[in-house]
Write a protein that binds this ligand. Structure first.
Ligand code: TNX
Length: 551
């Protein structure tokens, strides 16, 4: 009789101890540092250990799942120092120590979503498409220690992942990064690096700004002078040697991106920002202004429309994605000479148009129709909202943050819209008050927290217009960025902030929580050799100087 209470007390203590240890275990595993934050995450005790014998099992085993498994193995094996085996999933397979990649059309998730279940014995990753599986693979990668990013074997590391259940899918379908390679050219290695970092962050659209005033960077076989002459120079030095992407280079980049479920969107800027092209083929120049000579193509000449159609036709064949961006921005910067250009004057009369603004709108409508004829959909900067292009024919990128009425108009007219206002989406703007070398707008710039918070709250738009907002994009203009360390510095870690703004629902967004997850990502960048800005220790990551302009 006397012993019983003692036993009860002891057993109660044991139960309490056990509970305590579970709680400790839980809190230790509570917050895996994932960016972007998943929709639902539930941690459980224990962990899964990747060992040399761990197998990846594919269901079904087809080209897509095999390629995905290869991508995962290629990503992790340099650090792990061993290569995981990949095999088809079979009912009789021993389900121990395995990672299952499964396409499951019955899951109740969007086509970019995935479900991940990690228990000590196995990992099950399921999605309705290979894109969903790809995002699940990025989550697996981020659940592993940051040292998995090393390109040499890391001795003594335990490749463990915490046990958990994740259900995840993106908020926006367009999660973009734009890189301007006209002002400064970075080359294939750098572009691949950016694409790989985008993939790590579940970003999926790479907008490639390939033509502008300083240089033309895409080979067009019908017009070889575009690159022979037009690719010379850069924003900082008009005498820079020619640099451009051959069509073979472009195919290589498009394939590299596609493997990471990223679609590449080329931008051929017109009718303005055409100076480099006009150096090569002056007969298509529509003139410019005193400050910006030869800034535009000639909207008065039929041969120029044919020339541009031929360029777009070659471009369309190089990029399998559904979109072509034709710019359309800032034409008024340098189209003064249209007023006196005989071709333009003739064309205005012929088409019954009154002003050079009407001429610009006519040009834009024709280009959107041409792009449609080539089997693609137009994307343009927000200026093209005003031009009479039907809303089904174009997607608008809203960039002029000082013109909110332009966004409003686009939405009211039923255009799909991608949000990329200068503040907070322009990564050529500085991110910290101490920085000297990037842009500001009336003193304002783009710190991490502003980028992170964007675009919420969305209740400033009527509910019926919100579905027209298909996503967000970071634009990396490069007048003030001329080398890789400056490029990295301007992109990281703001890429992490915009990735979460693109992917995570407003309910999951919390800047303070994001800050607790960011150090692991910074550590990844460090191991990957990226020169990131460290917002926790600004003085530890000095700002690389911007370019000097030689004219
Ligand atoms: C505006 S965004 C531009 C670019 C510049 C950028 C610099 C847009 C459509 N036009 O030509 O590079 O500002 O921040």
């Amino acid at each position: 009789m006397k012993i019983r209470p003692a036993i009860t007390t002891i057993s109660l203590c044991l139960v309490a101890l056990l509970l305590c240890s579970i709680v400790v275990d839980l809190s230790a595993a509570e917050q895996p540092a994932l960016i972007p934050q998943p929709e639902k995450i539930q941690t459980t005790p224990g962990q899964f250990l990747i060992q040399p014998q761990t197998k990846i099992l594919l269901f079904p085993a087809n080209d897509q799942t095999r390629d995905l498994a290869d991508y995962f193995v290629e990503t992790v094996s340099p650090a792990m120092g061993f290569v995981l085996t990949v095999a088809p999933f079979a009912e009789e397979t021993e389900l121990e120590n395995c990672i299952i990649f499964k396409i499951n059309p019955n899951l109740n998730l969007s086509d970019q979503g995935y479900q991940l279940n990690i228990i000590p014995k196995k990992i099950t990753l399921e999605a309705t498409s290979s894109t969903g599986l790809f995002y699940g693979v990025q989550t697996l990668r981020q659940l592993l220690p940051a040292s998995v990013e090393s390109d040499v074997p890391v001795a003594g590391e335990k490749w463990s992942l915490p046990c958990l259940k994740i259900t995840d899918q993106p908020r926006f379908t367009w999660r973009g990064v734009m890189l301007d390679e006209s002002r400064h050219f970075f080359g294939k290695r750098t572009v691949k690096k950016i694409l790989e970092r985008m993939a790590l962050h579940k970003m999926n659209r790479f907008h490639w700004h390939l033509t502008d005033e300083p240089a033309w960077r895409i080979e067009i076989k019908q017009y070889p002078l575009l690159t022979e002459i037009g690719s010379k120079g850069s924003w900082s030095n008009p005498a820079d040697p020619p640099k451009f992407y051959t069509q073979a280079d472009i195919k290589e980049i498009v394939t590299f991106a596609a493997r990471r479920h990223i679609i590449v969107i080329p931008e051929i800027d017109m009718p303005g920002h055409a100076t480099a092209a006009n150096r090569a083929y002056p007969e298509h120049s529509g003139g410019g202004s005193e400050k910006l000579p030869d800034f535009t193509f000639n909207p008065g000449r039929e041969q120029t429309y044919q020339y541009l159609e031929n360029i777009l036709d070659e471009t369309a064949k190089l990029f399998p994605g559904p979109w072509i961006h034709f710019g359309g921005d800032e034409v008024h910067f340098g189209n003064e000479q249209w007023k006196t250009n005989p071709d333009v004057i003739k064309k205005l009369k012929l088409e019954g148009l009154a002003t050079i603004l009407d001429m610009e709108h006519y040009f834009n409508r024709r280009m959107a129709a041409t792009i449609q004829k080539l089997g693609k959909t137009t994307i343009g900067w927000d200026e093209i909202t005003d031009t009479g292009i039907p809303p089904q024919q174009a997607i608008i990128m809203w960039w002029r943050h000082d013109k909110p009425q332009q966004l409003k108009k686009a939405l009211q007219n039923g255009f799909q819209v991608i949000l990329c206002p200068r503040i907070p989406c322009y990564f050529d703007f500085v991110q910290h008050n101490s920085h000297q070398h990037g842009r500001r707008w009336q003193g304002k710039f783009c710190p991490l927290e502003l980028t992170y918070a964007y675009p919420d709250p969305l209740d400033k738009f009527p509910p019926e217009q919100r579905p027209l907002i298909i996503g967000i994009q970071a634009n990396v203009w490069t007048e003030r960025i001329h080398n890789d360390s400056r490029l990295d510095f301007m992109i990281y870690p703001r890429l992490s902030a915009i990735a979460e703004a693109c992917w995570s629902k407003p309910e999951q967004k919390d800047f303070n929580d994001f800050r607790t997850r960011l150090p692991k990502m910074l550590n990844r960048h460090r191991i990957l050799g990226d020169y990131y800005f460290d917002p926790f220790n600004p003085e530890q990551s000095p700002e690389p100087a911007g370019p000097q302009r030689k004219n």
